[in-house]
Design a protein around this ligand. Structure first.
Ligand code: ATP
Length: 341
């Protein structure tokens, strides 16, 4: 596998603030790679430096093995799709898409053919004459995609491209984007603060915090084996177990993560499971969410535990009836995950 993007100790400082702090990173050719992190963690700055809109204060960036740190955007085989689409409002959809080939002096007939192919690819066939204002948000985002892809970039950068869409449309576009990336086989680098989006689309993802990467890995690895407390709490919901409780359960100090869906909740006379930890407490909160119910259990020794149970047989009434009751919570030892700093 060849490498599409390499960061070597890349730092970007704005005065005192290190937006990106000595990052090393390798993104493979053909990968769907996501930069995930909270607002202000440095994701967009990384993307802008790959595109060439911004430059590192120190360190080097390589694209397909070539140093590009000082190259302007138009000399990089990279295109960007932005959240706000950045379409030309006065131009038709077709002309928007044809913009790149027009600048490169591609002859009219060939340009037209390319546009038709792109319209088909992003499922907008027949809409080429409309203005962007006559399209829905999802359709505009597809125009922005087509306008980038017509340039046949080796790397496509996507900066929160689905941020403006409602949930249902966002989910549809997520699977469309993933399908498109797999068909084209080009590298997609995707910025989002939405962990579900990152988990559902990426081959691998990098979790950003304060200008640094806390973990890089496949979605399942990052979710099931979070390296740090930050990753455990940012990617999915997690119970952090530390201090006296950690000591009591494991005999060690340190921090551990426990996912809410790994915990069995039952009456206090529920038989004890093998190779499991067991605690008791009182149900403080019950939130029925259709697919599952979320419980907050206050443990006898102090502290709260979030527990999620799929509603296999439970209805909203039975779930609520548990509130205030005493319960036993258990989980397999292997699901208590030791965390690094
Ligand atoms: P968001 O999801 O909100 O876009 P992000 O993770 O993409 O956040 P960046 O936009 O990369 O974060 O910003 C990282 C840090 O760098 C922030 O603290 C931000 O305020 C700062 N920063 C970014 N651009 C500039 C700039 N041009 N001048 C000064 N500070 C900047």
């Amino acid at each position: 596998m060849s490498v599409a993007v390499t960061f070597q100790k890349v730092t970007r400082a704005f005065g005192e603030v290190k937006a990106v702090d000595a990052i090393d990173l390798e993104i493979e050719d053909g990968e769907f790679f996501t930069l995930l992190g909270p607002s202000g963690s440095g994701k967009t700055t990384c993307l802008r430096m790959i595109a060439g809109f911004d430059r590192p204060t120190s360190g080097e960036i390589l694209l397909h093995g070539r140093k590009v740190t000082a190259l302007p955007p138009y000399e990089r085989e990279v295109n960007t799709v932005f959240q706000d689409y950045a379409l030309f409002p006065h131009m038709s959809v077709g002309d928007n898409i044809a913009y790149g080939p027009l600048i490169r002096n591609v002859p009219q007939a060939e340009r037209q053919q390319q546009v038709e192919r792109m319209l088909e690819m992003v499922r907008l066939k027949g809409l080429g004459r409309r203005k962007p204002s006559q399209l829905s948000g999802g359709q505009r985002q597809r125009v922005a995609l087509a306008r980038a892809l017509i340039n046949q970039p080796r790397i496509l950068l996507l900066d929160e491209p689905l941020g403006a869409l409602d949930l249902k449309l966002r989910q549809e576009m997520q699977s469309e984007l993933k399908g498109l990336q797999q068909r084209l086989g080009i590298t997609f680098i995707y910025v989002t603060h939405d962990q579900e989006e990152a988990l559902s689309m990426s081959d691998r993802l990098a979790v950003f915090n304060l200008g640094r990467i806390e973990q890089i890995g496949a979605p399942a690895t990052v979710y099931e084996r979070p390296a740090t407390a930050f990753v455990a709490s940012f990617v999915g919901t997690t119970n952090l177990i530390e201090g006296a409780l950690a000591q009591k359960l494991t005999g060690q100090s340190g921090r551990f993560a426990l996912r809410p869906e790994k915990i069995y909740l039952g009456a206090v006379d529920t038989p004890l499971m093998e190779d499991a930890y067991c605690l008791e407490g009182v149900v403080k909160e019950v939130v029925y969410l259709g697919l599952y119910t979320r419980y907050v259990v206050t443990l006898d020794g102090g502290g709260d535990l979030i527990v999620v149970q799929q509603n296999l047989v439970t209805g909203s009434t039975t779930a609520s009836a548990v509130r205030g009751g005493r319960v036993r919570v258990q989980w397999l030892r292997q699901h208590l995950l030791a965390l690094g700093e």
